[in-house]
Write a protein that binds this ligand. Structure first.
Ligand code: ADP
Ligand code: MG
Length: 249
């Protein structure tokens, strides 16, 4: 018997006949050799997060499937399906006919520019978890140690506090000020507090909505976390601002 790995895929479409595009992708995945047991969640309409202003709304969904292909080949299948849907990669975080992200590949953890799993932003994105919990609630997200159901609940139950957990208070202050300014310009700015704390900070019973650390700093074992590089400030500002919107919508 061929061994297979269960995969979770995040689906997004905000151009063209979005529902038809997603159903065509399911059909194509089902017919791909090495891919079996394709299950689609229901489709959720969501407002775009991050990226250029004025994008049309997304239709988001999640897919579970079994893959007998290794991780990069599984991603290549997804990229092929994206291309068949007419996706052109021009603008970072821009509008797209179809986006398929490999969120989880079993309980594998690796961080490579070509493929990071778990997907680095899945643990705090409402538009990802809302669909994923429908078909994979008990799956344990290996980096945070929480199930998808726990991650999803956390986005509703936790205080609206984002903690920059870093030894680099100069960087954190600049980042915090820029993020606050950027989010304040939104038509409906999210409500949240932004705290700066050292890596040794003991959160006690308080479980902040999101923890942000430098990519080179120690990782917290539980809960949703965003890791950002400290040497590219503009990128960090974009990433943190988008993460706050995605976790506070
Ligand atoms: P995004 O989904 O962030 O808008 P793209 O879909 O255009 O961006 O993907 C950009 C790159 O991200 C791809 O070249 C791909 O190799 C890389 N990548 C890294 N990790 C993943 C992942 N878990 N799923 C999908 N693509 C990934
Ligand atoms: Mg993608």
């Amino acid at each position: 018997m061929v061994s297979t790995t269960r995969c979770l895929i995040g689906v997004g479409s905000n151009l063209g006949d979005r529902g038809a595009v997603i159903h065509a992708a399911i059909e194509q995945l089902t017919q791909t050799s090495g891919i079996t047991n394709v299950v689609l969640s229901s489709l959720h309409e969501t407002a775009p997060v991050g990226g250029p202003a004025g994008q049309p709304p997304f239709l988001n969904a999640a897919i579970t499937l079994e893959s007998s292909l290794p991780p990069l080949e599984t991603l290549a299948v997804l990229q092929h399906v994206e291309q068949q849907a007419g996706r052109e990669r021009h603008i970072h975080w821009g509008a797209r006919t179809l986006d398929l992200d490999l969120l989880l590949y079993g309980d594998a953890e690796f961080d490579d520019p070509a493929l990071s799993v778990p997907h680095p932003r899945m643990s705090f994105r409402r538009f990802v978890l809302a669909s994923a919990v429908e078909i994979a609630a008990d799956w344990r997200h290996p980096t945070s140690g929480w199930t998808l159901a726990q991650l999803w609940r956390h986005l509703h139950d936790s205080p609206r506090i984002v903690v920059l957990l870093t030894h680099d208070t100069t960087w954190a202050s600049t980042l915090a000020a820029s993020v606050q300014r950027q989010l304040h310009e939104l038509p409906e700015p999210p409500e949240f507090e932004l705290w700066i704390r050292p890596p040794t900070w003991d959160s006690g019973a308080l479980r902040p909505r999101l923890i942000v650390t430098g990519a080179d700093e120690p990782q917290r074992v539980t809960g949703p976390q965003l890791r950002v590089r400290r040497d590219t400030l503009a990128e960090a500002i974009e990433d943190v601002a988008a993460a706050i919107v995605a976790s506070h919508a």
